[in-house]
Design a protein around this ligand. Structure first.
Ligand code: FMN
Length: 219
């Protein structure tokens, strides 16, 4: 049994959407490995992204602390205390959501110094992971070079936590409970339903294994 804690940060506004579902499977995997688990829904919090105040870079101030005080502040502190962190986001206009981007600006910038000697002040090595969910198929992701576009997030996690993150890409997600209610003629609902039936259980399993891996991670 581990006495670790794995924290999931949901960057989707939907608490019961695809992203939250995969994050919860990952937390179940972590729990199976004996870890305590927590989830934060960013869109339930009142916060902003980095305001470029540079308090985190001042020579006369403690480093690694974001000076903005709002409902994200306890989350940023919690990330330092836990043993692994999982970020989840739907793809919005070929990017992560503005909510997760705002959170990562604050987390990463406050742990970053403009110094070659001290590139990160994050207090420890820690495993992390990103879960992305999207309407796009795997083919679209290749075509639009999505993995290359979001690669800088992996680079940042490697830089700040000093361990390369794991990633999970969930393609062709089911967006509406009832497609007939929405203008959505670019999608074939039966094709989406067939994809989901075939692939969603595998992706949930992949998330579960990822959570277990994070909880069992050893240097
Ligand atoms: C504002 C908005 C923008 C979106 N942009 C994209 C996009 O660029 N590419 C894509 O594949 N899906 C896009 N989607 C679809 C979501 O990424 C997809 O439905 C996702 O699985 C939703 O996750 P959730 O269920 O956790 O909210 C968009 C959805 C919204 C609401």
């Amino acid at each position: 049994m581990s006495s670790k804690t794995v924290l999931a940060i949901n960057g989707s506004p939907r608490r019961k959407g695809n992203t939250a579902e995969l994050l919860n499977h990952a937390l179940r995997g972590a729990a199976e490995a004996g870890a305590a688990t927590e989830i934060v829904h960013l869109y339930a919090l009142d916060f902003k992204g980095c305001i470029s105040c540079f308090a985190c870079k001042r020579k006369d101030k403690e480093h690694g602390i974001c000076a903005m005080k709002d409902e994200l502040s306890p989350v940023l502190e919690r990330v330092k205390q836990v043993d692994a962190v999982l970020f989840g986001s739907p793809v919005y206009f070929m990017n992560i959501t503005s909510g997760l981007a705002a959170c990562l600006e604050r987390l990463f910038f406050s742990n970053y110094l403009y110094s070659n000697e001290i590139p990160t002040v994050f207090p420890k090595k820690m495993p992390s992971a990103y879960i992305y969910t999207m309407n796009m198929t795997e083919e679209h992701v290749r075509q639009y070079q999505m993995k290359e576009k979001l690669h800088s997030l992996e680079t940042s996690a490697t830089h700040f936590f000093r361990v390369p993150p794991r990633t999970l890409w969930a393609y062709n997600t089911y967006q509406f409970k009832d497609y007939s209610l929405y203008e959505s003629s670019i999608f074939s609902e039966p094709a989406k339903a067939a994809w989901r039936e075939r692939h969603w259980p595998e992706q949930c399993r992949e998330a579960f294994d990822m959570g277990k891996f994070l909880a069992e991670w050893k240097e």
